[in-house]
Design a protein around this ligand. Structure first.
Ligand code: SF4
Length: 455
C-alpha cells in the first residue's frame, strides 16, 4: 500500500484517460493520492476529483509560478476552498527562483499568505523550493510553520537537516531512480525513515525505468523500490513507513493500535513490554510510538498465549526476534515460553536486549536461555562506564556497564551467536566499541545507525 503524496491528475496530460489512471493506481495498491492544486482553478479541480474518488484527497494552493497571475481579490476564494471536505493540505506553495515565472516579491508575498492560512486552518503545507532554499526555509521559520513537507526534494544535506529541524517531512520523487542522482541518494540516506514521504509529482519526473513517458501514481513503486534498496529495507517496509508518515501528516486513514508482532525486512519482531531498565537519550520511545511504520505502544502487556497468537506465517521469516519498545528480558517467563514454542517448530529465535537480564532477575539467567535462543544482540552503546551512564541512564546506576560486559561474556559461553551493538551517534567511539567487543569480549560487533530504527 502506497500513498502518492503529490501529483497533478487535474492537468491536461490526463484529460484523455484520467479514470483509467486512477483505476491503475487502485490496482497497484495505491491507498491514497493527494492531488495538489497549483492555481485557483486547479485547486477547484483537485477538490472535484477528491469528491468523485474515495482514493483522492485535495490540496489547495497557488504555485509560485502563478504568483504574479493570481488576482489578490481571489484570495477569499482560496480561504473558502480550504474549508472543503477532503482538503488535507495547503499547497503547492513556495519559491521558484529557477524558472522565475513570477517576480520574487509576488512569490514571497503569496508564500507568506499561504503559510498563515495553513496555520489558521490547522493544515500541513506542501512546499516547493527551487534555487531558493535559504529564503524558503527563512520564511517558514519567520512565519512559525512547523508542519508540512518539502516536496520533490533534490537539495543538500544541510537543507534536509534544516527541514527536519523545522519539523517538516521530506518527499522523494522519481529523480532518486536516475543514474545521475548519486549525490541525492547519499543525502536521502541521512533522512530518518520516519520523516520520509514518497510522491510521483505526476505527470512529471517519470522514474528511470519509463523515463521519457508520462508519469502517474501507479509508477510510484519504482521510487519506493529505489528507497528500499537504499535503506536496506524491504519494499513492504518502505510502503508501510511512508504510508504511516503520510497518514500522520495529512490526517488520513485509521489509527493503528499497538502491535505485538511486527515484520521488518525478513524478520518478525515481538514487542512484549514497553518497560525498560534504561532510559537512553536516543530511545525512539521519547519521540514517537512508531518504529518503521508499526505502532509499538502496547495497551497492555500481552499474555503468553496472546504473543503466540500474534505470530502468523512464522515459516516465511528467517527468524523471530524479541525486541520491541522495552526490554524483553524483564518478562523472562514469557520469553522462555514463546521461545520454546518457536524452537519446537524449528524457528530461529534471537533476543535484542540491553544486557541487564542478570541484574533484573538477580541470578544468571543465560543458561535458561541457552537451548532456546540461537542468537542474542546486546546493546553496549558506549566505550566506557561514564559514557554509558550519560547515554543510557540505567536504573541500576554506576555498576551497570560492568554488569552488561559480564552478561556478554556469560552469553558467549552458552549461545551460539552473540553480537554487541552500538549506535553511530555523536560522542560515541564506534571504533573503540568494536575493539572492546571483538578484542576484549571476543564476540561479533554491529554498528547500528542513529535515527534509523530497525537498523
Ligand atoms: S534499552 Fe532500548 S528500549 Fe530501553 S531505553 Fe534504551 S533504546 Fe529504549
Amino acid at each position: 500500500m502506497f500513498i502518492d503524496t503529490h501529483c497533478h491528475l487535474d492537468f491536461d496530460q490526463f484529460s484523455a484517460d484520467r479514470e483509467k489512471v486512477i483505476a491503475r493506481a487502485r490496482e497497484e495498491n495505491i491507498k491514497a493520492i493527494i492531488n495538489v492544486g497549483t492555481s485557483l482553478e486547479g485547486s477547484r479541480r483537485s477538490i472535484q476529483l477528491a469528491e468523485k474518488h474515495a482514493l483522492v484527497y485535495a490540496a489547495v494552493g497557488i504555485h509560485p509560478h502563478e504568483a504574479e497571475r493570481f488576482p489578490a481579490e481571489s484570495w477569499e476564494k482560496i480561504e473558502r476552498l480550504v474549508q472543503e471536505d477532503k482538503v488535507v493540505a495547503v499547497g503547492e506553495t513556495g519559491l521558484d527562483y529557477f524558472r522565475n515565472y513570477s517576480s520574487h516579491t509576488s512569490q514571497k508575498e503569496l508564500f507568506r499568505k499561504q503559510i498563515k492560512l495553513a496555520i489558521e486552518a490547522d493544515l500541513p503545507l506542501i512546499v516547493h523550493s527551487r534555487e531558493a532554499d535559504d529564503e524558503t526555509l527563512g520564511i517558514l521559520r519567520e512565519e512559525g510553520a512547523c508542519r508540512g513537507v518539502l516536496h520533490c526534494f533534490s537539495s543538500t544535506r544541510e537543507v534536509a537537516a534544516d527541514c527536519l529541524q523545522l519539523g517538516f517531512y521530506i518527499s522523494i520523487a522519481g529523480q532518486v531512480t536516475y543514474p545521475a542522482a548519486k549525490q541525492l541518494r547519499e543525502v536521502i540516506l541521512r533522512i530518518p525513515t520516519n520523516r520520509l514521504l514518497i510522491e510521483t509529482d505526476a505527470p512529471f519526473l517519470t522514474p528511470e525505468q519509463l523515463r521519457g513517458g508520462r508519469n502517474e501514481p501507479a509508477l510510484i513503486k519504482y521510487t519506493a523500490a529505489e528507497l528500499a534498496q537504499l535503506y536496506g529495507l524491504s519494499l513492504g517496509d518502505i510502503a508501510r513507513v511512508t504510508t504511516l508518515n503520510a497518514q500522520q501528516l495529512f490526517g488520513i486513514g485509521k489509527k493503528q493500535s499497538g502491535k505485538i508482532a511486527y515484520p521488518i525486512r525478513d524478520s518478525l519482531y515481538l514487542n512484549i513490554t514497553n518497560r525498560c531498565t534504561n532510559n537512553c537519550v536516543f530511545c525512539v520511545r521519547r519521540i514517537t510510538d512508531f518504529v518503521c511504520g508499526h505502532n509499538l505502544k502496547l495497551s497492555h502487556e500481552p499474555t503468553q498465549d496472546e504473543i503466540i497468537q500474534s505470530i502468523t506465517n512464522s515459516a516465511s521469516y528467517k527468524e523471530v526476534v524479541f525486541c520491541g519498545y522495552g526490554e524483553p528480558l524483564i518478562r523472562l517467563d514469557e520469553v522462555l515460553y514463546v521461545s520454546r514454542y518457536l524452537r519446537e517448530r524449528n524457528i530461529p529465535v534471537r533476543i535484542v536486549t540491553n544486557g541487564h537480564g542478570n541484574l533484573i532477575h538477580r541470578r544468571n539467567i543465560v543458561p535458561e536461555l541457552a537451548w532456546m535462543v540461537s542468537a542474542i544482540s546486546i546493546s553496549l552503546n558506549a566505550e566506557n562506564k561514564e559514557k554509558y551512564l550519560s547515554i543510557c541512564c540505567p536504573q541500576s546506576g554506576e555498576g551497570t556497564y560492568e554488569e552488561v560486559r559480564k552478561f556478554i561474556l556469560e552469553c558467549k559461553k552458552y549461545i551460539s551467536r552473540v553480537e554487541v551493538t552500538a549506535l553511530d551517534m555523536d560522542g560515541v567511539s564506534i571504533t573503540e566499541c568494536e575493539r572492546i567487543a571483538r578484542d576484549e569480549l571476543g564476540v561479533e560487533f554491529r554498528e547500528r545507525r542513529y535515527n534509523h530504527p530497525g537498523s
